[in-house]
Design a protein around this ligand. Structure first.
Ligand code: ASP
Length: 304
């Protein structure tokens, strides 16, 4: 039996202690803890890594402080456009959605793309049409409205900037999960509202297999940070490729990948797990909301 492990993140960026109140911090920790518990329960009862990451990310999407699902940031037009991806390492199968609106849990829609279509990535109106056919839960715009997100948009418009969520001194972020189940199977899932004030149908790294999300029989990876650089660095796949081609450990590979991300100007972090249940959560930003549980022992952390 393999060592079971689950890691989750709630975004990386400029997360500074001075911008945080004890109440807010305990809310974030509560959100991470609930997601960790939801995913771990699946593994603990002998469930698959795939179901565990879907469960954990669904919990994070329902939590309004993270930039995914309910708490998604607003684009330039004041709308929420969400991206998500899920990948099953043992079957080398993936499903992703980009640019979707009003879907309560984009990660569930991504899973359906993987299980029910011959495709990997569905975007925009077509993805919504697919969601309707699959009877996926939809919500009206009011469900996705949070005052602090609206304020972020107004600030970003005033500053003329497209903002990485957590760069605003209001620490909140994209979510993701990676897991290794009792059979040593690996899976990864990531979900995001993208960047505040994004325009022109901008899609980030999250739904791009190999950039923000990747899993095979070597490792499972979920990233968070400035998506454009994760695409340029093919960051999630880079960890798996380094392990395979250089025959190095997950830890060394993940650190090299983050060094490479830094060298090309990218800010962010990732969570990764290998088939032995080793977990690593490296980042080059000031902080990353993160938590992991290995063999029943958990940690939750925010700052460096
Ligand atoms: N990577 C996400 C994107 O660029 C944002 C984030 O991780 O906060 O869409």
């Amino acid at each position: 039996m393999a060592k079971m492990a689950l890691a989750i993140h709630g975004g990386a960026g400029t997360i500074v202690r001075s911008a945080m109140t004890p109440e807010l911090e305990s809310e974030y920790r509560g959100g991470l803890e609930a997601a960790l518990k939801a995913g771990w329960e699946v593994l603990d009862r002998g469930g698959s890594a795939l179901d565990a990451v879907e469960e954990a990310v669904t919990s994070l999407e329902d939590f309004p402080l993270f930039n995914a699902g309910r708490g998604s940031v607003f684009n330039h037009e004041g709308k929420n456009e969400m991206d998500a991806a899920i990948m099953d390492g043992s079957r080398l199968k993936a499903g992703a959605v980009a640019f979707v609106r009003n879907v309560k849990n984009p990660i569930k829609l991504a899973r359906l793309v993987m299980e029910k279509t011959e495709h990997v990535l569905l975007a925009g109106d077509g993805a919504i049409q697919f969601a309707e056919e699959m009877d996926v839960e939809l919500r009206d715009n009011a469900y996705f409205f949070t005052q602090h997100r609206w304020q972020q948009l107004e600030d970003a418009i005033a500053a003329g900037k497209v903002q990485l969520d957590h760069a605003a001194g209001k620490p909140v972020g994209t979510v993701g999960a990676v897991a290794c189940d009792s059979q040593g199977r690996l899976a990864a899932a990531t979900s995001t509202g993208g960047m505040t004030n994004k325009k022109f149908g901008r899609v980030g790294d999250t739904p791009i297999i190999g950039s923000g999300t990747y899993a095979d029989r070597t490792c499972a990876v979920s990233g968070t940070g400035h998506g454009e650089y994760f695409m340029l660095g093919v960051t999630a796949f880079d960890v798996a490729a380094r392990m395979k081609y250089k025959a190095i450990t997950l830890e060394v590979a993940a650190r090299e990948t983050i060094d490479h991300l830094t060298s090309i100007g990218g800010e962010g972090g990732l969570i990764a797990v290998d088939t032995h249940g080793n977990v690593i959560l490296p980042f080059n930003s000031e902080g990353m909301y993160r938590a992991s549980i290995v063999d029943g022992v958990s940690i939750i952390d925010i700052y460096k």
